[in-house]
Design a protein around this ligand. Structure first.
Ligand SMILES: NC(=O)c1ccc[n+]([C@@H]2O[C@H](COP(=O)([O-])OP(=O)(O)OC[C@H]3O[C@@H](n4cnc5c(N)ncnc54)[C@H](O)[C@@H]3O)[C@@H](O)[C@H]2O)c1
Ligand SMILES: O=c1ccn([C@@H]2O[C@H](COP(=O)(O)OP(=O)(O)O[C@H]3O[C@H](CO)[C@H](O)[C@H](O)[C@H]3O)[C@@H](O)[C@H]2O)c(=O)[nH]1
Length: 328
């Protein structure tokens, strides 16, 4: 039987497909390629289509023997979600309902879902626990929380079991150098810093320097994409072994400020990397750092690349060899 990976041609999805293939899983990748890259799919069967198309998704389940779903497909940009929230509800919520409906009709009872630290909003404690309150400050986080709630009822009423993974800041690239981060447009801090190091961008804007943090810039928890990918394999096996639903944070439990990230990137690249202070971005919490104790304890998750210098080195290797992303 196959594992269906939606959004498997995207950044985190493609790294997870690589990890699944290494674990000898049979993989089907479903992606519209609207924001993904067919070159990032290192193996398995790629089906091109859109989850908003109900007939298409029902057909995928009818024509394939699917054991479980790992669901990455979504829009991910916080800023874009504040400009067009309904588009986010349509792609992130309605698409997922189409998927759950097709799963239910086909009798597929296991799903791993990509959620986010953005479901917490402004945190009440640091590090953030899975049991802390969830009050998203933007439509993107709200759409993910809405899906989490739908999954809860799909479990209790339909017996579809889930593992919800709330990622903090995914970063870095595959150790092989074959796949990496290529969002378009790119808004994430580390790839933007590396574009400055490559001379493709004049400077990196620091969004706000008067946050209540030691150097006044925002603190985030950066997690290597392969460590994230590996957690999906553990989540899948958990669903196979104990058939119960759970929510887990995924971060390194250590925060770095924007200025610290820039400084480490200067060291890794050997480039000066010009920075300029810019206005705050709306809806950015000052500090987001995960407690990942639960997944470490329950699923024996063991991150291998948890040093930020190593994470940035892997991203730098990818960006140097792919200055135009998958368009080389
Ligand atoms: N990147 C991060 O730091 C981060 C952090 C927390 C959570 N997440 C979540 O992880 C998941 C993957 O993020 P990513 O950074 O890999 O994003 P990405 O944009 O690189 O990948 C998403 C993929 O889904 C596909 N897709 C989108 N809508 C689709 C649809 N309706 N039908 C079929 N395919 C569709 C896109 O073409 C793309 O290949 C998302 O659900 C995101 O919300 C990402
Ligand atoms: O040019 C930039 C880009 C970002 N930042 C800052 O750098 C930090 C990290 O920003 P990213 O855009 O890289 O990441 P976010 O923390 O905003 O968001 C990421 O992680 C979130 C979860 O923590 C969500 O899931 C979201 O989808 C994902 O993009 C933030 O403080 C941001 O203000 C800058 O100063 N300048």
């Amino acid at each position: 039987m196959s594992i269906l990976v939606t959004g498997g041609a995207g950044y985190i999805g493609s790294h997870t497909v690589a990890e699944l293939l290494e674990n000898k899983e049979d993989v089907i990748i479903l992606d519209s390629l609207e924001r993904g890259h067919k070159e990032s799919v290192l193996g398995g069967k790629l089906i091109i289509g859109d989850l908003r198309d109900k007939e298409f998704i029902n057909k995928v389940f009818k024509e394939n023997d699917i054991e479980a779903v790992i669901h990455f497909a979504a829009y991910i940009e916080v800023g874009e979600s504040t400009v067009d929230p309904l588009k986010f509800y349509n792609n992130n919520v309605v698409s997922t309902l189409n998927l759950l409906n097709a799963m239910n009709e086909a009798g597929v009872k296991k799903i791993v879902f990509s959620s986010t630290a953005a479901t917490y909003g402004e945190p009440e404690n640091i590090p953030i626990l899975e049991t802390d309150k969830t009050l998203p400050t933007n439509p993107y986080g709200e759409t993910k929380l809405t899906v989490e709630k739908a999954l809860k009822w799909a479990d209790s009423c339909l017996g579809i079991k889930h593992v919800i993974l709330r990622y903090f800041n995914a970063s870095g690239a595959h150790m092989s150098g074959k796949i990496g981060e290529d969002h378009n447009p790119e808004t994430h801090l580390i790839p933007l810093i590396l574009q400055v190091a490559l001379g493709k961008r004049e400077d990196i804007k620091i969004f706000g320097t008067d946050y209540p943090t030691p150097d006044g810039t925002c603190i985030r928890d950066y997690i290597h994409v392969t460590d994230l990918a590996n957690a999906h394999v553990l989540a899948l096996n958990k669903l196979r072994n104990d058939n119960s639903s759970q929510i887990y944070n995924l971060g390194n439990g250590k925060g770095f400020s924007v200025k610290e990230v820039i400084e480490i990137a200067r060291k890794v690249t050997g480039q000066p990397i010009k920075s300029v202070v810019a206005p705050k971005r709306t809806g950015d919490p000052a500090i987001l750092v995960a407690s990942s104790e639960k997944i470490i304890k329950e699923l024996k998750w063991a991150p291998r690349y948890n040093d930020l210098e190593t994470i940035i080195e892997t991203a730098w290797t990818w960006h140097k060899t792919h200055p135009k992303g998958y368009n080389i």
